[in-house]
Design a protein around this ligand. Sequence first.
Ligand code: C2O
Ligand code: CU
Ligand code: CU
Length: 459
Amino acid sequence: PGFSRREILLGGAGALTAFAAGGLGARQALAAEHSLTLSRLNHSVLPETVTADMMSFSPSGPPPVLRFRKGQTTTIDVKNALDEASVVHWHGLRIANNMDGVPYLTQYPIEAGNAFRYEFTPPDAGTFWYHPHCNTLEQIARGMTGVIVVEDEEDAGFDSDLPLNIRDFRLGGDGQFIAFYKPRNAARGGTLGTVSTVNWQPQPVYELAAGSLVRLRLAVTDLTRVGRYTVSGAEALVIAIDSNPLPQPVAMDEIVLAPGQRADVALRVPNSEDEVATLVLKKPNGDKVLATFQPKGASAGRDLRELKPLKPNPVPQADLANAEVLDFVFGWSPGGDAPQASICGSLGYTFWSINRVAWGGDVPGPFDPLATMRHGKSYILRFRNESPNDHPIHLHGMSFQLLRSNKRKLPPLVTDTALLLEEETMEVALVADNPGDWAFHCHVIEHQKTGLAGFLRVE
Ligand code: C2O
Ligand code: CU
Ligand code: CU
């Protein structure tokens, strides 16, 4: 009660393309009620062309940034104005199972014309994202990925906050969609996009107060790309990965982010208008500027050392001495029938499997959990990658801690999406503290939809 329209628009579903960094000096009241309308739309991504048949969570532009407050109950009314079924998943939020948005596992698909009310209380602060989990490849390819910001009670001292939704689209020179993927790529590393965007724009320029401290919220919502990112032309520190604060901020020299992963970066905007900073995707054939940060006005003279450390999220620590080990093998599909067509879509191929079982993801049963965990107990999950491709392994509903790898030294990060390198064996630990059936899959969507998917049960 008592929210002005402006506050609701700033905090909620109306915040369409309001990506210009807003001041955080005065704490904004955040709307507790949001609404999303799943829509088809035509929108200009490339200059002078209009891309037909994009899909968004808004009828009039890119998916809005959703802003929630940690510990505050929020509702999201989802209206499905598409001509097909969908369902919305809140990636990284450790919420109740029946609000997790996975068809057949946690709810029925939201049919065309129908609505569904999600209601949950985010326990953690940080940068998250949302996307459909139904006909996932096509709906994401057409545009349905948005950033979620969960604010902590206390601010770290930034002047502003800038969510960056990083993803490619597969467009031809005429700005229209080309085939979303190629089956031969789905059996390998996946199909890359042709146009890189940030917030649905190729190479946007953001004007930021000179000398100010900006919290860049990078969310890689691409279907496929494992990328190396850097910030050049300014001082920048990585302060959180996958919504969990780093024990110690590290210089943003280069960071690898796979589909589904996020990084919070503290940017110190240069002092003068002719010193621009850029977000860069590093590529073997030449680096690519994804976005430009243009200083504006007289320098605010801020210093990165003025920032307060972020508070760790209340993720329980696993009891490693008493943890049971569960093994998961990620590899080729043993063959057999492609998953049945369903209203949430099957690609009609099975190339991949977890523990030799291929599940097309988002396809109705009969199927069994890959493992059952006892509520409250600690587990070590051992991920073994038998394939020559990388897989960002994502678990819904619970965050886990990286323990060790046979290939590299792992930082003790807490995450929901871990990049498992080719032929790597990695161990991670968690407390099975959230009851329900939780999707568990590779976030290269072509892999997920051709078998590299399953679920874990906590009971
Ligand atoms: Cu972003 Cu099933 O996940
Ligand atoms: Cu998820
Ligand atoms: Cu994969």
